[in-house]
Design a protein around this ligand. Structure first.
Ligand SMILES: NC(=O)c1ccc[n+]([C@@H]2O[C@H](COP(=O)([O-])OP(=O)(O)OC[C@H]3O[C@@H](n4cnc5c(N)ncnc54)[C@H](O)[C@@H]3O)[C@@H](O)[C@H]2O)c1
Length: 400
């Protein structure tokens, strides 16, 4: 590991408790932007995370990866003291407290297994594994260890979804009937304009596919807003069969780029809710945000995106009459009221990191761990199977 002992890490106040966070995959899209820059460096540069006793818990990243040149450049650019290409050395280093993983999905299972066995606290991107067996394996390993494990559940920390959840908690909806979600945007094929996502996302053999990528998000979103997912019916499709990679080479897109899913959900009170979520990298946006969820209930409805949430009460519901001979009679979009944040809702990735770090400091479990993540992998696996077999499938309870 490279280290310059004479230069103290920036932002460290003398005597502050410091957690060293080994961050693997920081040259990637998510690892760099959301986790390194927007979360760990932002926390470090703000002086750390405030603990309940009023003290500060500081973080010090250790950059981990395969490309020494890129890591050293990143370390220099952001004033990070340590970086290394030797993952084993990081895991063997008693000064490293937390292992974070944002590598490509296919690398995750082995990396997390090694980290937990080495006694490191683990924080990781989703999905936690490529197969349910592996995801359950990880959850079992975590359950028998005394480390804190957290899995990115970023959507639940987004302002839009925080507001939506508040409406559920306040009983705004009455009996909830349905949720419909629309996620997606056009991902360029890469020939004339470079694709805005990595090419491995479109190759099944490299762990790609939108069902694998998104159903693990939808599982915790549905659990976090409504309740447990009991069945899944899905249709996974590859709309664009050929794409061009980062080097401009044409390749066969072997993974699904759209997934149309219907989920039977059961609320904690045992009420059924039908949820329907479209996910697509082959759709053009005529929405206010790249993801939107509409929840309809007997007493009100709401539409939440990443940031905004608007709602309409039963008493304010218009009474349109279907008549194709007349132009639209109501300004439907104007009839919704903005739900205020009433709190400082920061970047969702950073908020979850802060919660996770406080959990590590307190030696307790993080509320979104490897079992919740395994349910996400399960939903993706069942979604793909439902599509292949053309039928609705039950989602069995995972028992560790
Ligand atoms: N939470 C979210 O909203 C969200 C969004 C996108 C991606 N992700 C997840 O984050 C992870 C990374 O996705 P990304 O879009 O940043 O991908 P990316 O391709 O931009 O980055 C992948 C990282 O893994 C490294 N890597 C690539 N191949 C490797 C190999 N064979 N061995 C070791 N390391 C390798 C790369 O160097 C890079 O650092 C994926 O698991 C993905 O599912 C999460």
């Amino acid at each position: 590991m490279t280290k310059s002992p004479s230069s103290p890490a920036p932002g460290l106040s003398p005597g502050a408790r410091v957690l060293r966070v080994a961050m693997n995959g920081v040259t990637g899209r998510m690892g760099y932007r959301q986790h390194l820059v927007r979360s760990i460096l932002a926390i470090r540069d703000d002086g750390g995370v405030r603990l309940p006793d009023g003290s500060l818990l500081q973080v010090e990243p250790v950059l981990v990866g395969r490309d020494a040149d890129r890591l050293s450049e990143l370390a220099r650019r952001h004033g990070v003291e340590r970086w290394t290409t030797d993952v084993d050395a990081v895991l063997a280093d008693p000064e490293v407290d937390v292992y974070f993983d944002a590598q490509v999905t296919s690398r995750r299972y082995d990396a997390l297994t090694a980290a937990i066995k080495a006694g490191k606290h683990v924080y990781t991107e989703k999905p936690t594994a490529e197969t349910l067996d592996q995801a359950v394996d990880l959850a079992r390993l975590a359950a028998t260890s005394d480390v804190t494990c957290g899995v990115v559940h970023d959507k639940l920390y987004l302002p839009g979804l925080v507001k939506l959840r508040r409406l559920v908690d306040e009983g705004f909806f009455g009996r909830i009937l349905s949720l419909r979600g629309e996620f997606g945007y056009w991902v360029f094929e890469g020939d004339h304009q470079a694709a805005q996502r990595p090419s491995w996302n479109y190759r099944a053999e490299d762990g790609g596919g939108i069902t694998t990528d998104m159903f693990c998000h939808w599982n915790y979103v549905l659990e976090g807003i409504l309740g447990r997912v009991r069945t899944v019916t899905a249709r996974a499709v590859t709309h664009i069969p050929f794409r061009w990679d980062e080097q401009g080479r044409e390749y066969a897109a072997t993974a699904d780029d759209a997934a149309y899913g219907i989920f039977d959900v059961e609320t904690p009170d045992g009420d059924p809710v039908v949820a329907q979520i479209n996910s697509s990298w082959a759709v053009r946006v005529f929405r206010d945000e790249l993801v939107e969820f509409q929840v309809d209930g007997t007493h009100g409805s709401a539409v939440a995106g990443l940031r905004r949430c608007v709602a309409q009460q039963r008493a304010h519901t218009p009474k349109p009459v279907w008549n194709p001979d007349l132009p639209v009679t109501e300004p439907f979009r104007d009839q919704w009221l903005e739900v205020p944040a009433n709190a400082d809702l920061d970047n969702g990735f950073r908020l979850q990191w802060e919660e996770f770090l406080r959990d590590v400091a307190a030696g307790r479990e993080h509320r979104f761990g490897l079992l919740s993540a395994a349910r996400g992998v399960q939903l993706a696996e069942l979604g793909l199977r439902s599509s292949a077999e053309g039928r609705r499938l039950d989602v069995p309870e995972i028992v560790l």
